[in-house]
Design a protein around this ligand. Structure first.
Ligand SMILES: NC(=O)c1ccc[n+]([C@@H]2O[C@H](COP(=O)([O-])OP(=O)(O)OC[C@H]3O[C@@H](n4cnc5c(N)ncnc54)[C@H](OP(=O)(O)O)[C@@H]3O)[C@@H](O)[C@H]2O)c1
Length: 336
């Protein structure tokens, strides 16, 4: 395994070609084990992964505290290599419910102050609103982050799940390093308008859901039951006939993986890596075993024949079901 690096846009940092998404370590996909989560973060840093992605609302601060602990207990040389990408803005309640977004400048600075404390760091490498606040012009939200950049609390500005118009307005306000957006073999929406806009403006992509939250990992079976607080219990792609259909796509992919002597997850991650040097997949591994599998994707080479076979097995519009339930889809500026 060789750790390649990529650059987050024309103004952003050099990061490992694969990033570690830490959300699943704080309850979004059911229970996880804190000791194994920390061991996974350490193993990722040891393997050369430098980009760690989190959100202040993942487990209502739990995820940032966990990353803070992992950084404090990592060897100094590895800790210094870590780059933190942090999302803010999603509002929670004590029951774990979601109650909107806040992108007002005063709120941005307040969120950042708490994140710095929980993470135990003196700056955040990439700071981004998790969604567009429909009541606050993006210029104001990005302008507030730009002030944090000026003061040294934040190094770079990112965006998440916003569409082409918002990307242009944000980029006219301050330099933007990357857009975080769901992008995978079965979530190809960004190819229409968002990717060309980003490329025109020199902004990179940190892609999430590259395994579609485990759906196209090759490990999920049709009989898996999800707890009610697991995102997948409510995701259209994991329900009934949609799930059965989507798992047939995975079986087609498995044939290609077997021919290449790699796993389904590795093919799915390698496909995203193959879409451009400006795309950095974030993998949601929360165990060392899953991390090891994901890292193996860096050594998978897909030639033109492989890519054609993959497109054939999983055509761009083959998936059944939207990527979020209707209420959450309505919050996505990227889907307008
Ligand atoms: N900006 C946004 O709106 C947004 C939204 C969602 C996520 N994100 C970020 O993106 C990161 C990645 O997203 P995600 O967790 O949905 O992505 P993902 O990598 O598509 O899905 C992770 C799921 O895949 C399963 N999996 C199976 N094999 C795996 C392997 N080899 N490596 C990794 N996972 C494997 C894991 O299940 P098991 O652990 O059960 O095996 C886990 O439930 C998140 O952690 C978060 O930081 C951002």
């Amino acid at each position: 395994m060789t750790m390649h690096t990529r650059t987050l846009g024309t103004t952003g940092p050099h990061v490992s070609a694969l990033g570690l998404g830490c959300m699943g370590m704080s309850g979004m996909y059911g229970e996880s084990d804190a000791a194994e989560s920390i061991a996974t973060i350490h193993a990722a840093l040891e393997a050369g992964v430098t980009l760690l992605d989190t959100g202040d609302f993942y487990g209502m601060g739990h995820n940032e505290l966990l990353i803070g602990r992992a950084l404090r207990t990592a060897p100094a040389a590895l800790r210094e290599n870590a780059l933190l990408s942090v999302k803010f803005g999603a509002l929670r309640d004590p029951d774990g419910g979601w109650s909107g977004f806040d992108g007002r400048p005063a709120a941005v600075k307040n969120f950042a102050a708490y994140s710095l404390q929980r993470l135990g760091v003196d700056h955040i490498d990439v700071y981004r609103p998790s969604r567009l606040d429909p009541d606050v012009p993006i210029e104001e939200t990005v302008g507030a982050i730009a002030e944090l950049v000026e003061k040294g609390w934040v190094r770079h500005i990112g965006l998440s799940e916003v569409g082409a118009d918002t990307i242009r307005r944000a980029a006219a306000t301050a330099p933007i390093a990357d857009l975080q957006i769901e992008y995978s073999l079965i979530s190809r929406g960004p190819e229409r308008e968002i990717l060309p806009t980003l490329r025109e403006l020199g902004i990179a992509v940190t892609a999430y859901g590259v395994l579609s939250r485990g759906l196209i990992s090759g490990h999920l079976t049709g009989s898996r039951q999800f707890a009610t607080n697991d995102f997948r219990a409510h995701s259209p792609r994991f329900q009934g006939e949609n799930l059965q259909h989507n798992l047939t796509l995975v079986e087609s992919l498995r044939k290609i993986a077997e021919q290449k002597d790699v796993t389904v997850a590795q093919i799915a991650i390698a496909w995203v890596l193959s879409r451009g040097e400006d795309i950095v997949p974030l993998v949601g591994a929360r165990t060392r075993e899953r991390l090891g599998e994901a890292l193996g994707a860096l050594d998978v080479t897909l030639d033109a024949a492989d890519l054609a076979a993959i497109e054939d097995a999983v055509p761009a519009d083959a998936v059944a079901g939207e990527r979020y339930a209707a209420e959450q889809m309505a919050m996505l500026d990227s889907e307008r």
